[in-house]
Design a binder for this molecule. Structure first.
Ligand SMILES: [Zn+2]
Length: 328
């Protein structure tokens, strides 16, 4: 059954914590410049002693409850955003919470935000599309061949050695697009031991997007293979799986989780088999399993997807085990 689509980003832009609190008739008192406090309204909250454990920031559009028993009852989550709040109040998944908010918005069921003395909630700056593209990129550079990346794949991803001017000079440049196919940045990979290993433009927010998400969406597959890095992505693509995207790190951000939930029904986590990758896998599995189905690929200790041959990648993807099915 195809899942109903929900655009987390657009719902989030239209629903504030203030609106949601007023919907549930939660009254808080001002406790700081951007802090409102009071009795925790969540059904999971059982402690009668903590009368002031619940706090909300309207500018960050976020909430938390500091009561240890309340946190434990919510699987260790201290707080969250509007979606997490509605999910806790309604006892539903994050995805279902977003769907309900979306419906309420369409049916004009939510009270208007009164915005108090806080003014409009500022939105987080986006990664703006670039007004230029880099030219003279060598897709056949020995570094790429050494990492097992064919010229065809390098050309397809626009990846190659850049010898022009600027902060990416002498590095392997990797174009990064947003989900709408707009070029927003180039990452620059050092080809020797130079630090930093990767250079990104100042102000670029990698937690706001996923590398290669636009192509994964275009593949039409409803399952996403999620990896850590650029080279993992390219190697998995080369093995015949265009439905792959990268976190550009080992930690999934809530924004990235929303993006995945917007476009996919299933996710296969294939992070590095090291300490950071395992921690990232556990955190991502927890976050994503309330939104969509999650499977985990366990690689041999110390390895990462970009070190695998295409046959090995296919073998691992065939062996991934089911962790959970999406909640209804
Ligand atoms: Zn609580």
């Amino acid at each position: 059954m195809p899942a109903e689509r929900v655009d987390f980003k657009s719902v989030r832009a239209r629903v504030s914590m203030e609106t949601v609190l007023s919907h549930y008739d939660v009254r808080l008192r001002r406790a700081g410049r951007d802090e409102f406090r009071g009795k925790c309204p969540l059904p999971a909250h059982s402690s009668a002693r903590s009368n002031d454990s619940f706090s909300v920031s309207f500018t960050r559009n976020a909430w938390s409850c500091q009561s240890a028993s309340c946190i434990a009852a919510r699987s260790g989550r201290v707080g969250g955003d509007v979606f997490h709040f509605v999910a806790e109040m309604e006892g539903c998944s994050i995805r279902e919470a977003a769907l309900r908010l979306d419906r309420s918005l369409r049916e004009n069921l939510l009270p208007p935000a009164t915005s108090g003395n806080n003014g409009p909630v500022p939105s987080t700056p986006e990664n703006r599309p670039l007004s230029f593209t880099l030219h003279n990129i060598d897709h056949q550079h020995p570094y790429l061949l050494a990492r097992g990346l064919g010229e065809h794949t390098a050309g397809y991803f626009g990846v190659g050695y850049y010898n022009g001017s600027g902060f990416l000079r002498g590095r392997i440049v990797i174009p990064i697009h947003n989900e709408d196919d707009e070029l927003v940045a180039y990452a620059g990979r050092a080809i020797d031991k130079t630090e930093p290993k990767y250079r990104l433009p100042a102000g670029f927010r990698k937690s706001h997007l996923l590398f290669n998400l636009h192509r994964a969406i275009r593949s039409g597959d409803r399952t996403l293979i999620l990896v850590e890095g650029y080279f993992d992505t390219m190697k998995i693509h080369e093995a015949g799986h265009p439905n792959v995207a990268a976190l550009m790190g080992s930690r999934l951000s809530s924004r990235q989780a929303e993006l995945i939930g917007t476009y996919f029904d299933q996710v296969i986590l294939m992070l590095d088999a090291d300490r950071a990758g395992r921690a990232g896998t556990a955190a991502a599995a927890t976050e994503l399993s309330s939104i969509l189905g999650v499977q985990i690929v366990e690689l041999a200790s110390g390895t990462q997807p970009d070190q695998l041959a295409p046959e090995e990648i296919n073998q691992f993807l065939g062996l991934s085990h089911d962790l959970s099915t999406p909640e209804r």
